[in-house]
Design a protein around this ligand. Structure first.
Ligand code: BG6
Length: 477
């Protein structure tokens, strides 16, 4: 039996972004204020400002200008083409299309902006992969309706989907309904994923699971609607894979890690791919006194709106164990336990390429549908040297090792169809509102306080990735 040992010839090689971290132009072209626009960076430590008043004299709001793709999209897309990308993951800012979320009429200027972006991508044969909701929603929906805990958001989201599906039906084929939908299972997700301005006391699991249920229903309705509008649409879910190994071979740790995988990762995949809530979730709700309101038709809606493919983000792994007093390791969305076999990034995220192979196999074994990795990358404090170059060998090493494991997973039989590392170029980091935590193949001259010329500089990884794509993943040197 011979190995395939190759990426499929139509493999999607791309890079990723999100509107609120990349686009800027926060109040231009008729765009309304979104939930991300009220989040400021605090110099030392975690961002967060969840009062709806914007005070630009006092605070700096990273999303307002971000990397300014809004004004530079032509030059930026040209660079993407030079890098060899055949796809580009981006998101549409809901508040650019419906400034208040509940407007009767869509904002034509906003729709036109994305028309222009998609046309520009087409010029270079770059396939857009569009996230419909990536950690933002019109601020009005948070203030007036309480965000996703309110069922009304389902119909408002569907109106938004209907508008963009019809408008871009011949320009976009790949859609993701919600970025990292499982982020709602952690408290950080209330404002980012749930558009909910909650105080600490209100930020309970019950509220977040209710909001998650509404997003499940909205996602399923969107999948059904999308297929009615264009049967060629491929609509996927997007899950932040919070990989957690058992911290020891103690059966209690094994069980703990399994329960973590079920509730943090599999719950969302099960509902969106299989179309129903798994038994372990029902038990968890019961034992934790979580009572969510589910309407009579919801089960049928979920069954009829299963996704075409599974996508996920993967940056790192943690350990999970029954003894929580062990050393902690930080990470994407959750804090877990340290793994003595892994090294961590400057931000403490444990680097684990083999974990990616494990996740790919785990997910494919369970769902047997095509998979896309839509985020993976290394956040680092890149330095521009005296020759105006950024020698990010550490990023090349990180990506190379992950791509090697993707190849292994393909040999294991996993149907992997695309890879869009985070991020196409430097953009605002989600967890700290920083610019210093850079992920891009292209450097953007801007600092944590918003100073800089926004000039773009191709990093060493830019040229390396070009060779990887040109050789369809064969040349990783
Ligand atoms: C993912 C998000 O969780 O991780 C992105 O979808 C985010 O929006 C990325 O930027 C990296 O996280 P961070 O906090 O380092 O920017």
């Amino acid at each position: 039996m011979s190995y395939i040992n190759k990426f499929p010839t139509d493999f999607l090689w791309g890079a990723a972004s999100s509107a609120n971290q990349f686009e800027g132009g926060w109040n231009e072209g008729g765009k309304g204020t979104c939930t991300a626009d009220i989040i400021t960076n605090q110099k030392d430590g975690f961002l967060r400002l969840t009062t709806p008043q914007i005070d630009t004299d006092k605070y700096y709001y990273p999303s307002h200008e971000a990397s300014d793709f809004y004004h530079n999209y032509k030059e930026d897309i040209k660079l993407f083409s030079e890098m060899g990308l055949n796809c580009f993951r981006m998101s549409i800012a809901w508040s650019r299309i419906f400034p208040n979320g509940d407007d009767e009429v869509a904002n034509e200027e906003g729709l036109k902006f994305y028309d222009d972006v998609f046309d520009e991508l087409k010029k270079y044969n770059i396939e857009p992969i569009v996230t419909i909701s990536h950690y933002e929603a019109p601020l009005n929906l948070a203030i007036k309706y309480g965000g996703w805990r309110n069922r009304t958001l389902i119909s408002l989201y569907i109106r938004y989907c209907d508008t963009i599906f019809r408008r871009y039906k011949d320009k976009v084929k790949f859609w993701l309904t919600f970025n990292e939908i499982n982020c709602l299972t952690v408290s950080f997700g209330a404002i980012t994923a749930g558009a909910m301005l909650l105080s600490d006391e209100e930020n309970t699991e019950e509220v977040r699971f209710q909001a998650l249920h509404h997003q499940f229903v909205a996602s399923a309705l969107a999948v059904k609607l999308g297929h009615e509008i264009n049967s060629n649409f491929k609509i996927g879910c997007m899950i932040a894979y919070m990989c957690g190994y058992p911290s020891t071979c103690n059966p209690l740790d094994i069980l703990k890690a399994q329960q973590h995988d079920q509730m943090k990762n599999m719950l969302c995949g099960d509902v969106q791919v299989r179309g129903y809530y798994p038994g372990f979730a029902k038990r968890y709700f019961k034992e934790n006194n979580i009572n969510i309101v589910v309407e009579e038709d919801d089960a049928e809606i979920l069954r009829n709106g299963v996704v075409d493919f599974y996508s996920f983000s993967y940056y790192m792994s943690n350990c999970v164990g029954a003894d929580a007093s062990k050393d902690k390791a930080s990470g994407n969305l959750i804090v877990g336990l340290k793994n003595p076999y892994l090294k961590a990034s400057e931000w403490g995220w444990q680097i684990d390429p083999e974990g990616l192979r494990w996740v790919l196999n785990n997910v494919y074994d369970r769902y047997q549908i095509p998979i896309m990795i839509v985020e993976n990358g290394l956040g680092a404090d890149d330095i521009v040297d005296e020759n105006n170059q950024v020698n990010d060998d550490y990023r090349i090493d990180y990506l190379r090792r992950h791509i090697e494991q993707m190849k292994e997973a393909i040999n294991d039989g996993v149907e992997l169809i695309g890879y869009t590392p985070w991020s196409c170029m430097d953009l605002i980091s989600l967890s700290g509102g920083e610019m210093k935590k850079r992920y891009g193949f292209i450097y953007v001259d801007k600092d944590n306080d918003g100073n800089g010329t926004l000039k773009r500089i191709k990093k060493k990884s830019f040229h390396w990735y070009r060779k990887v794509i040109d050789s369809n993943g064969e040349n990783l040197d």
